[in-house]
Write a protein that binds this ligand. Structure first.
Ligand code: PRP
Ligand code: ZN
Ligand code: MG
Length: 223
């Protein structure tokens, strides 16, 4: 593939990270000719374009070289890193961004008297993060069944398809509404800027360094 001379940043098309991510890019001096339905937004000032995609697709797009940077939850980035082998381009968390804070946690039904991971042995746990959950279970020497669901994970105990869940908790509202209790935290997450481990050795690499500098300024001002 011929190297591009414009930089591409991928971010979530619609969801909790969308508004704060756009706001952050604006404060870094990036503006886009935008219509909400356009999934490719042309950058007006700097030669930086925006891709609006599913958050789960962002690490793969960077690994394939379709885009150079992505704004994505650490949970999604780390899940990609634990599930892809060494043959894929290694990705780095270039900066934590300070918004979209949440936790990847184990939660159980109210009547489950949980005090330690060992109690999950032989149980079924529903999650959208089989890689991160699998690593955590191995680390604790627990053998459990992992039931992978793409969403609405909190419904699984009620349906009898799982004894516990491992999912994101932000306000805790979804857990309460489904009579579940958070009992262990696997990962503290927030939005991060993800990119390749090694920056491209052309103008795009210089552009990334410029953006990182601006980003550090914006984040410092906000703190
Ligand atoms: C996310 C997450 C939890 C919920 C946590 O789901 O998977 O279910 O939000 O937020 P809370 O603690 O503030 O309730 P989302 O709404 O993104 O839907 P999905 O699980 O179907 O992707
Ligand atoms: Zn998602
Ligand atoms: Mg959910």
């Amino acid at each position: 593939m011929r190297p591009r001379d414009r930089l591409r940043i991928a971010m979530q098309k619609s969801g909790r990270l969308t508004e704060p991510a756009l706001e952050l890019l604006k404060r870094c001096g990036l503006t886009f000719r935008q219509s909400r339905d356009k999934l490719f937004c042309f950058g007006e000032g700097e030669p930086v374009d925006l891709l609006l995609v599913r958050d789960d697709d962002i690490p793969g797009l960077i690994a394939q070289g379709v885009c150079e940077l992505g704004i994505v939850g650490r949970n999604v980035l780390d899940e990609f890193r634990v599930t892809t082998g060494r043959d894929s381009e290694p990705l780095a968390e270039l900066r934590p961004l300070g918004f979209g804070r949440c936790r990847l946690s184990i939660a159980v039904p109210q009547e489950f008297d949980y005090s330690e991971p060992a109690q999950l042995s032989g149980r079924r746990i529903a999650t959208s993060y089989p890689g991160l959950l699998g690593a955590w279970l191995r680390e604790h020497g627990v053998e459990a069944g992992v039931v992978t669901l793409a969403g609405s994970v909190e419904i699984a105990p009620k349906l009898g398809t799982a004894d516990a869940i491992c999912d994101l908790v932000q306000s805790g509202g979804t857990l309460v509404a489904n009579q579940l209790r958070e009992v262990d935290v696997l990962l503290e997450s927030e939005a991060v800027l993800a990119g390749p481990q090694a920056l491209p050795a052309d103008e795009r690499g210089d552009l990334i360094e410029l953006l990182l500098k601006r980003l550090d300024g914006v984040i410092q001002v906000r703190e």
